[in-house]
Design a protein around this ligand. Structure first.
Ligand code: 6GU
Length: 239
């Protein structure tokens, strides 16, 4: 019943990578989650272990074969395994913190990392894959996106983060605002002082300052998040 991530990839050596270190690595060793990787090439059937072919209709690049992928998926996702099958692709729906929370609250996930131009559309449909992207830029493959998705999920698993961190939700938390600025000693550094209010000991004023900074920074950098925050929490009363 531990949270389980299974990875289908042509580059299993890329895992656990950074997830073997720090918070996620400790949680992995403590058995709070598990990771298994599966080399897609091991499921090829011909002498040359072919996993891709030329695109139907012509054009550049290669497309991953549906038969090889389906065999690989069948090996990892047994009948009755309730985990979602996620295909990481720049044409997927954008991953957000709400999706991360849902995934972390479930039994785990199976992550398919694509390479080349993509994978055959038929296996996406036949397997009911959920297509996710981690942002509007192009990576050379889904592997680094899978590491990002897992990092975001694992830190939310019970007992992974210390009480200090898990109590609050930071940027993109329930309020949907970006984090306020942080400071620590020394009180003055290279001619720069810590904002006076943070040294005042007035907790209500400090909370007010932090809230105002969060709002200012969100408006400035992420008008999209600010609009969503206003629609949800705004006092002005939307139409
Ligand atoms: Cl999930 N894959 C690739 N190849 N590029 C991406 C991505 C995923 N998300 C953003 N860019």
């Amino acid at each position: 019943n531990r949270w389980r991530a299974s990875i289908l990839t042509l580059f299993p050596e890329m895992f656990p990578g950074p997830l073997g270190l720090s918070l996620a690595g400790r949680a992995l060793r403590d058995g709070r989650w598990s990771l298994d990787t599966h080399d897609i090439r091991a499921f090829a059937t011909d002498r040359h272990r072919t996993v891709d072919d030329t695109p139907a209709g012509g054009g550049a690049g290669m497309v991953m074969r549906p038969d090889v992928l389906d065999t690989a998926i069948g090996e990892v996702l047994a009948e009755g395994d309730a985990r979602p099958l996620i295909y990481l692709t720049p044409r997927g729906r954008l991953l957000d913190q709400a999706t991360v929370r849902t995934l972390a609250a479930g039994p785990g996930c199976v992550l398919l990392c694509g390479r080349y131009e993509g994978i055959d559309q038929r296996v996406i449909e036949a397997r009911g894959m959920v297509e996710l992207s981690i942002g509007d830029y192009v990576l050379s493959g889904g592997e680094t996106a899978a590491l990002v998705l897992l990092d975001a999920c694992v830190r939310l698993l019970p007992g992974v983060m210390g009480a200090a961190e898990s109590a609050t939700e930071e940027s993109h938390g329930a309020e949907g605002l970006l984090e306020y600025p942080h400071y620590t000693r020394p009180a003055e550094w290279n001619g720069r002082a810590i904002p006076e209010v943070l040294l005042s000991g007035h907790h209500a004023e400090i909370a007010r300052w932090r809230r105002a900074e969060s709002e200012r920074i969100t408006k400035e950098r992420r008008p999209d998040l600010w609009a969503r925050h206003e629609a949800k929490h705004g006092g002005a009363g939307g139409m």
